[in-house]
Every structure is written in structure tokens, then in C-alpha cells.
Design a protein around this ligand. Structure first.
Ligand code: PAF
Length: 280
């Protein structure tokens, strides 16, 4: 596996690979890799000639300085996992390399960013879009792989690709869960052992909502889920939303004729976790 920290080295190496007709499958990450990331990488490796991965904790997408400071980082461990999964090139830049000057680019994702993560984490998706656009420019992938745990991020990135006419196929990949149902996330590493034991309650509640939604209006289901979290003092529910899978706007009826998902963001101790489940 090659490891580059400089944009120019990465660009010129990959340009040469493309000239030789090799396809690039790209998985952007912020490191602290887990099996959810590795699943994306296995798929990217399978569907392309080269697997390229980036590890970069992007300061622009954190709206909370403490969250950025505490974000788990372990490049040595990540490198060993990347070797094992057959990564061909790791791009691991420093912040100065990615942002030598202040970023002025702005994006308007309209209704997609007015709800859920967009509403609760101001500036988050602008930061994601800036870094993903840069990373696509540096790595020039045919395909890029994103997990559906960050469902709203995926919708924003698809929109970004359309807005900027980027020649990359976005490949959505299903959520990977621990055996007890907890969605895999780098943030799970920050849970205390006690919190980790409690954490499966998030997915249990989503499953409960899916199994019990028959006969309930969307607003009653939302109320019930809120009540369930209120019975658990370790959890602080930020939102539970029932939303359309295309425009991500809240739905007030089960019959919108399209897909509907349940989305949750919850604080467990000092850690903020998100998850989702398809209802229809
Ligand atoms: O999903 C993530 O880990 C990040 O938001 C991404 C896409 C790597 C951009 O920093």
C-alpha cells in the first residue's frame, strides 16, 4: 500500500493509473476505521481496479470544537486495517495541505439541509461538501462508496455531484451493525463500557417503531418514541423524525407513495449517535 500525504503526489500517481485504463474506487473516511468502513472498502476493491482510501478528520464539518478534539484518531491501527483489506493507496493529508487558505466556497442544498443533521449541526454539510469535492478532485474516482447510516450526507453528496457535474458514481452501502444491533460508528469507541451496553436500545427502539407503526399516525409514533427515550435517563434524544427518502422532509402520513424512513439522533453520555431504519 502506498501512503501519500501530499495532494500533488496523489494526483500524479492516480492520473497515471487512469491513463493506463485503471478504474478507481474511493472510500473517504475520517479514520478510526471499523467494519462498516471495511465493508465499503471490500466492495470498492471488488468493483474497481484500485482501492483508494482517504483518512482526514475534516475540521470544517465539526460545529462543535469539543467533538473535533475528541474525535478518535489512530492512524497506525488504520494503516494495518487498510493493508489487510488490500487498499492500494492511502491519502492521509494534514489540515494545512487541504486548507492552505480560508475556504470561501458556499453551497446551497435547499430543503435537504434544512432538516435533521442540517438543522442541528449548522455548517456541517457545507464542510462535508467542501472536503468531498476536494477529495474527488484529488483522487478522480469512477466510483465512491458511502454508508447509509449517514443517509442525509449521502443525499447531500448525490446532490453535490449533480450540482458540480462530477464524473463519479455514488454507491450507497447498507448500514453495518454490531451483533447487538448498534450501528457501527467511529464514535462508538468513545462510549464507556456501561454506555456501550446500553447503546443497542437505539436500534431496538427503531425496530419497535417499525413493528408498531401499523395503526398509528406518524405523529403518535413520534410521541411514543420520544416517551420510550424519556424512560432511559442515560439517553437524550435530539430528534426522531419520520421523513421521505428522497427530499428528507418530514411526512405526516404513511401514504406519500414513496419511501419513508425513521431517523434518530441521540446523546448517550458525551457521545452523539445517529441511526435510521426504513419503514416503507
Ligand atoms: O462520513 C464521513 O466519515 C465524513 O463525513 C466524510 C465523508 C469522510 C467527509 O469528511
Amino acid at each position: 500500500m502506498l501512503t501519500f500525504s501530499k495532494i500533488k503526489d496523489t494526483q500524479s500517481f492516480l492520473e497515471n493509473e487512469r491513463k493506463h485504463g485503471r478504474s478507481i474506487g474511493f472510500v473517504p473516511t475520517m479514520g478510526a476505521l471499523h467494519d462498516g468502513h471495511l465493508e465499503l472498502m471490500r466492495r470498492a476493491k471488488n468493483e474497481n481496479d484500485l482501492l483508494v482510501v482517504s483518512v482526514f478528520v475534516n475540521p470544517l464539518q465539526f460545529n462543535n470544537a469539543e467533538d473535533l478534539k475528541k474525535y478518535p484518531r489512530d492512524l497506525k491501527k488504520d494503516e494495518a486495517l487498510l493493508q489487510a483489506v488490500g487498499c492500494d493507496l492511502l491519502f492521509a493529508p494534514q489540515t494545512q495541505e487541504m486548507y492552505p487558505k480560508e475556504e470561501t466556497k458556499n453551497y446551497d442544498f435547499g430543503e435537504l439541509e434544512s432538516v435533521m443533521e442540517g438543522a442541528h449541526r449548522p455548517g456541517h454539510f457545507k464542510g462535508v461538501a467542501i472536503v468531498v469535492n476536494k477529495l474527488f478532485d484529488i483522487t478522480g474516482p469512477q466510483r465512491a462508496y458511502f454508508g447509509e447510516k449517514d443517509f442525509q450526507q449521502l443525499a447531500i453528496i448525490k446532490k453535490l455531484v449533480g450540482m458540480e457535474s462530477l464524473p463519479v458514481e455514488i454507491v450507497p452501502c447498507p448500514i453495518v451493525r454490531e451483533t447487538d444491533g448498534l450501528a457501527m460508528s467511529s464514535r462508538n469507541a468513545r462510549l464507556t463500557p456501561e454506555e456501550r451496553e446500553l447503546a443497542p436500545f437505539i436500534f431496538e427502539t427503531l425496530q419497535w417503531a417499525k413493528n408498531n407503526k401499523g395503526g398509528m399516525t406518524t405523529s403518535l409514533l413520534k410521541q411514543k418514541v420520544n416517551e420510550l427515550f424519556e424512560t432511559r435517563p442515560h439517553f437524550q434524544l435530539e430528534y426522531f423524525e419520520i421523513a421521505d427518502d428522497k427530499n428528507l422532509q418530514p411526512v405526516t402520513s404513511w401514504e406519500n407513495g414513496r419511501g419513508i424512513l425513521g431517523f434518530v439522533a441521540v446523546h448517550l453520555g458525551k457521545v452523539r449517535l445517529i441511526d435510521n431504519i426504513r419503514f416503507i
